[in-house]
Each structure stands twice: as C-alpha cells, then as structure tokens.
Design a binder for this molecule. Sequence first.
Ligand code: SF4
Ligand SMILES: [Zn+2]
Length: 329
Amino acid sequence: MSELYPTTASQRDRWILQRRGPKASLDAFRPYAFLWEEEPGSAIETLALPTATIFLTNRECPFRCLMCDLWQNTLDHRVPSGAIAAQIRYALERLPAARCIKLYNAGSFFDPQAIPPEDLPEIAALVRGFDRVIVECHPAFLRGEYGGRALRFQAGLRGQLEIAIGLETVHPPTLEKLNKRITVEEFRQAAAFLKRHNIDLRVFILLRPPFQSESEGVEWACRSLDVAAECGARVCSIIPTRGGNGALEALGKVFQPPGLRSLEAAMEYGLSLRQCLVFADLWDLEKFYDCDCSPERAARLSEMNRKQVVVGQASACLHCGQAEACPTL
Ligand code: SF4
Ligand SMILES: [Zn+2]
C-alpha cells in the first residue's frame, strides 16, 4: 500500500526516518567492510588498477536521502580521534597490495562530524603510497571552509585525489523528491571547484529512482551521464536503484526497481560518449533478476565494465528483449 510522500524537506526527513529499520552494531575502531578489486585505470588503456576499498565506520550522514541505505552501517556519535586511521591500518594489513584506495564513509569525507578534521593529516600520511585516493562527499561539504579542508587533504597526498559525488539524477523534480538537498547547479559548482583544483570527479548516477517509469529511468540516466561528462567526470557509476531501506517500499507503486535491460541501455549510452570510464554497479545484482536471460545480461554488463566498450548486443529474449534502449542512441 503506498503512502502519501510529504512535499516539504523537513517533513520528508521525518517521514524517511520513521520508516527505517535497525542499524548494525559497529565498532568505531573497525571498518564495517573492506575488499580488494580491480578497476580499469583509463578508458584508453583499460589496464586494471588494483584497488583497496575500505568502508569506514563513522557517524551517520546528516542528510536523509529517500533512497539511502548507508545509514544502516553508521554510528549515532562522532568517532574518537585516531579511530579512522586505526580502521584504515586494520584493513590495509589484511588486503593485498593496491595502487588505488577508496575510503568510503557512507556520507561525506569532509564532514567534520564524520571524519574528525584533526585526523586528516594522519590519514593522508597513511595513504601516501597510493597513486589514487578516492573519497566521497556531498557538494555541501565542498564549499567554503569544507572545501579548504579538502585542499589541505589533497596537499598531504602524493597520488591523485578523486572525489565521488552522488548526482543521482538531473531530473529536477525527482532530485528534489530524493531529498538530497542539492540542485543540478550545485552539482555543477562542486564539479567546477574540483576541476579548478585538479581533483578528479567520480559521479554516482541512479538508474530509475522512485517517481520514474522504466523508460524515464533510462532517459534520465542518459541525461545525467551527459551532465557528468560535461562537468569532466573521470568515472560515472550507474547504480540501479535498490529497495530495502524501508522508505522506498513505503512509496508503493511509484518505486519499481529497474530491469537489467535498462542498465545495459544506460551503460551502452555512457560508453558511447567515450568521455569517461563508465561502470554499472553490479553489487547484489541477483536482486534484479527477473527473467531467464538475466544471468546473460549480468555477464555482459560485467564484461563492459572490464573492457570499457559496448560488447555484443543485448539479449533478444522474447520476454524482455524489447525493453528499453536509450532514446538518444
Ligand atoms: S548524502 Fe549520501 S550518505 Fe548522505 S543520506 Fe544522502 S545518499 Fe545517504
Ligand atoms: Zn528475458
């Protein structure tokens, strides 16, 4: 049964919070997950870059985005000084060697309530050996004094700093309802700030967020890829919108997860731009399986992620082969 979704941001904050389940119980001195992966290093060479990804335990992000489930692995309080560095050390001692490191904190790396600012020099020293350091940040934490903090962190690194921003969608009415508290213009300003200071940009784009039909989902993912590419993104990651956070389910029919054919279509379009690396987020992809052809589609997506070119053709499955293709392809 769908519920009425509020129209003002403060009411939406409350509505979203009320529909949450419990959080995980976490230790402030341990990352909540870490893994080693390979990511193509450039669209031209597609040389795999060994990458250590650490999911840092820290205080919950102050925003209340409708689609967010990252709060499930966060704390209600700020971590003590030194805890984040201890988490990074813990993960690095257990992961194979890597050239690139992602420090993902389920929020904004330059939010002082998330990562204590006094710890940033020690964190920079810990990751100095990496060629590339990737963190995530909401545009609100890249302005003014927060932006200065990002630049000081950058100065402490030897490798290239890259900041990931969740643009989500450039469809203004949907972006507003996602409760992200950003506009496309603010995203552009944040991207321009990064460009001015030689910081690479990674962009997260949602495929079929709530309030969009399947075809609108593909269309707006493609338009979002256009904006990200225009803003100089080095990487775009297309994330099929996943349920499971309580709030999305409460929306009823206005939230339907996208089909894999749509993910293929958005991926094909992104790769056709030839302007940045494009990845389909394949985490837990089985959740989107809805047809016998789904494993074949997942394998194709994985191959496109690896090779950074459009591979073969989408399955002509009789049940779902007629589904979406990006309208501008
Ligand atoms: S800004 Fe990011 S981490 Fe924070 S609530 Fe929104 S999606 Fe979640
Ligand atoms: Zn099918």
